[in-house]
Design a protein around this ligand. Structure first.
Ligand code: 9PG
Length: 798
């Protein structure tokens, strides 16, 4: 017996009470369908585990309504099932928005019985799973469901999103294994959502909040996730069996107690069939999430470029080190216009004891904030309000504020600062009040309008919360809202080590990667090979990886923080590795903070940083986001006074030099027979025809950053070494008889050269009236040397 169906221009939904399942059919993607998707609730009553929703009875359906939702007009219908013998009544609500090609659905749980229930897992979608996990075994007589992405099936892939900032995110093929840490209790409490499995078998993957299961051959996929993480952390699991892929989406109940008379509702679940090669395949979902949490994207504030103490000094900072770097920033300002000056970890007496300072900060940090401001910079400060060092006074004086595990011991917040750390229980009113005081003191008394708030996952560890009715997601969301309220609306907040979904609409900026470090691969206490495969330990490789896999989040949920740029020659990074780091950071469009000893940087290393100012307007897209473990191909479409052009990046992630092939057809370029390309990092020019071009001998971990323009007869601007965009430095382009006049714009003193394709050999060239030198660097390509402060006009005649 069919209970009901709902339709939109994009999808058709049928709820089938007999099968206790729903069916979904795509109208835009022929053959894309989901048949027999199940829902399940696993809960406990007086210690015994029960499963609800194996049958949809007794059921009563509501009327179909046309509603005005946050996502526009939608048709919506509900189904009330139960109560079952334990008094659990469930309301399933389905909505199909007219303008959005997605299904939205959620579940409300109400305890109409006499005994409290504890909710373990609310599965909103399960299809194809026949594994032996208890929640996966279909009850006898029930189908396992079937997912199809199109008429034919090729090689499947999966895009996994990590729980928090540092957690590995990226695509897998069906022949790979999920990348997980081997460090167990040292690392997992930090990076892994306690409710998300870490599968070890081939083709078996997990994800947090959202994921894409797709077909790499036929380029279709299904995007599945939640529109918010306000009520529960959402987890996903997939099994890439091409005959019947398994896919599961659930809300983690965390064993939160549902008292008699109380109810709980999941965040909205979201399902959309997508084309993998759309320019922005995730944007419909990402924007729906922003609407759902009330984020007004034009309100996004981009923190200015600046300096951070961590990746050169780590915890060994002092008042003097901060002052010395500040003075260097002042001295270099004419060429390096940094604006933000951020003090990281190392000033506090102990993590947890935020009102006491290290001897090297005898006067605290307020005088530094004043000094930074007096020098014309914005002062920033690092704080980690939810995590507690076991040696802190706080841990000793307020043991009742600490989150406890089931044995009554402080819950493990991961191995940091060479100790197993602990965490506050933010359902304890005094602990919550303490975190608010830390924030308001830093903003109001010490004078920091910019805070980097770190280790925020520590508010959402599994444990015995004082308020046992709240889920971990509710605790974290509430704690983050508290921090925002204490900081005030004006304060810029950068989240770090933060479960992503909980922070949308609260944080201005968000770290989306593991920490960078002065090493390409992870190192710990001099040990390399043991840690080489660790997916999210600090190192340049891991920072770059997530910077590239989380490009689409930028300016949809917040300003992405790809972590700091390190340009110093004294690190263990090769110059090609520094170029790759700079390229990834610049093309992310996100935060730009340098973390070196500023006074010690050589002029050529400073140039790398200077060329990245100002930041690019938005993020590049990774063309092979669904096809490579780490994306290798980026595209950034740009336009300005010098016309329209594309920045294309090719990375060599191999540990040896390699040849890289560029084929115009891989990218969405304006059609042309021939393209001209200039590599930013060495100024080499290339001509690329339809068949493509092979670039020989790209160094290990290095890249090409090409400005690509369709060939035409000159004059044509080809790029420069002044700005990484190779074109935004041009403010005016005026053709004259046998000549061209260019306006140059930079935020600072600039010296370098720019390249023009000209119809004839130049006869004269001058910068603001003073003759400049040129040389031929290719067929009809001439390089002009320029040096100016912020603005200049270059006049070239032939
Ligand atoms: C300060 C640092 C910096 C950095 C943050 C965060 O042990 N761990 O696995 C671990 C991971 C990240 C981490 C520190 C330790 O770095 O991301 O930018 O602020 O804290 O302590």
């Amino acid at each position: 017996m069919t209970v009901f169906s709902l339709e939109s221009p994009h999808l058709q939904l049928t709820c089938d009470s007999q099968a206790a399942a729903f069916h979904l059919e795509s109208r835009a993607h022929p053959g894309a369908q989901l048949l027999g998707a199940q829902m399940l609730v696993r809960y406990r009553r007086q210690g015994r585990t029960h499963q609800a929703l194996q049958v949809w009875a007794p059921a009563s359906q509501g009327e179909m309504e046309v509603i005005d939702s946050l996502h526009g007009t939608a048709t919506q219908r509900s189904l009330v099932i139960g109560p079952d013998s334990n008094g659990l009544a469930l309301t399933l609500t389905f909505a199909l928005p007219v303008q959005m090609p997605a299904l939205l659905w959620k579940m409300r749980l109400e305890n109409r019985g006499k005994a409290p229930l504890t909710i373990d897992r609310v599965t909103l979608l399960q299809t194809g799973f026949i594994s032996t996990a208890p929640e996966a075994r279909p009850a006898p007589g029930y189908r396992t469901g079937r997912l199809r992405l199109g008429a034919k099936t090729g090689q499947l892939g999966f895009f996994s999103n990590g729980w928090q900032s540092w957690a590995h995110s990226g695509s897998y093929s069906m022949f790979e294994r999920f990348r997980r840490s081997r460090l167990g209790p040292f690392s997992n409490p930090m990076r892994v959502n306690a409710g998300t499995p870490q599968p070890g078998d081939t083709g078996h993957f997990a994800s947090d909040m959202f994921a894409v299961l797709g077909d790499r051959t036929y380029r279709r996929g299904v995007l599945l996730g939640f529109l918010s993480q306000n009520q529960h952390f959402g987890s996903l699991e997939a099994y890439l069996d091409p005959f019947n892929p398994g896919l599961r989406l659930w809300a983690n109940g965390d064993g939160a107690r549902l008292d008699p008379g109380a109810s709980q509702e999941t965040d909205w679940a979201y399902l959309q069939f997508i084309h993998l090669d759309e320019p922005q395949p995730l944007s419909g979902y990402l924007q729906a999430v922003a609407r759902q949490v009330g984020l007004d994207s034009p309100a996004l504030r981009q923190p200015p470029p600046g300096w951070c103490s961590w990746y050169h000094y780590f915890q060994k900072i002092s008042t003097e080190i901060i002052e010395t770097n500040l003075q260097a920033a002042v001295d270099l300002r004419a060429e390096l216009p940094l604006e933000l000056f951020q003090i990281d970890d190392g000033f506090e007496a102990q993590v947890g004891d935020w009102f006491e300072f290290q001897p090297a900060f005898a006067q605290g940090v307020a005088p530094l904030a004043r000094l930074i401001r007096a020098r014309g910079f914005t002062p920033g400060l690092w704080l980690a309000p939810f995590i507690v060092h076991p040696d802190s006074k706080l841990a000793r004086s307020h043991p009742d504020w600490l989150l406890r595990n089931r044995w009554g011991r402080p819950a493990n917040a991961g191995f940091v600062w060479n100790r197993f750390t602990q965490a506050l229980d933010l359902t304890h009113p005094e602990a919550a009040e303490y975190t608010r005081q830390v924030i308001s003191t830093a903003v109001e008394q010490w004078g920091f309008p910019y805070l980097k708030l770190d280790f925020l996952y520590a508010a959402a560890l599994p444990g015995r919360y004082q308020d046992a009715t709240r889920t971990r997601a509710q605790v974290l969301r509430g704690a983050l809202q508290d921090l925002r309220a204490a900081a005030g609306a004006e304060t810029l907040l950068l989240g770090c080590g933060c479960p992503l979904g909980s922070a949308i609409g609260i944080m201005d900026a968000m770290r989306i990667s593991a920490d960078v470090s002065p090493d390409w691969h992870p190192v710990f206490n001099g040990q390399r090979w043991l840690f080489k495969a660790e997916p999210d330990m600090p190192c340049a490789r891991n920072a770059i990886h997530n910077t590239l896999t989380r490009l689409p989040l930028h300016q949809q949920w917040w300003v992405n923080d790809p972590d700091c740029l390190l340009v110093r020659a004294e690190s263990n990074l090769t110059l090609p590795e520094v170029h790759s780091l700079a390229t990834a950071i610049a093309l992310s469009g996100g935060l730009l903070l340098v973390s070196d000893d500023l006074a010690a940087l050589s002029a050529d290393r400073r140039r790398i940083l200077a060329s990245m100012l100002p930041g690019l307007p938005g993020a590049a897209r990774a063309v092979d986001w669904f096809d490579q473990p780490t994306p290798t191909r980026l595209q950034f479409d740009l336009s300005g006074a010098a016309g329209k052009w594309q920045l294309l990046t090719l990375f060599n992630w191999a540990d040896q030099p390699a040849s890289l092939q560029l084929q115009p057809a891989e990218f969405q370029l304006p059609p042309a027979k021939t393209y001209l390309a200039r590599n930013f990092w060495d100024g080499t020019h290339y001509t690329i025809n339809e068949a493509g071009l092979v670039f020989e001998n790209i160094p290990a971990h290095g890249c090409l950053l090409l400005a690509v323009r369709p060939f035409k007869h000159g004059p044509l601007y080809l790029g420069s070494d002044l700005h990484i965009s190779q074109g935004l430095e041009i403010s005016r382009w005026q053709l004259e008889d046998n000549g061209v006049r260019l306006g140059l714009q930079r935020p600072a003193l600039s010296t370098g050269s720019l390249d023009l394709l000209l119809p004839a050999e130049p006869q004269r060239a001058s910068l603001d009236g003073t003759p400049v030198a040129w040389q031929a660097v290719g067929e009809q390509v001439y390089r002009f040397a320029v040096s100016f402060d912020q603005h200049a006009e270059l006049e070239v005649g032939w």
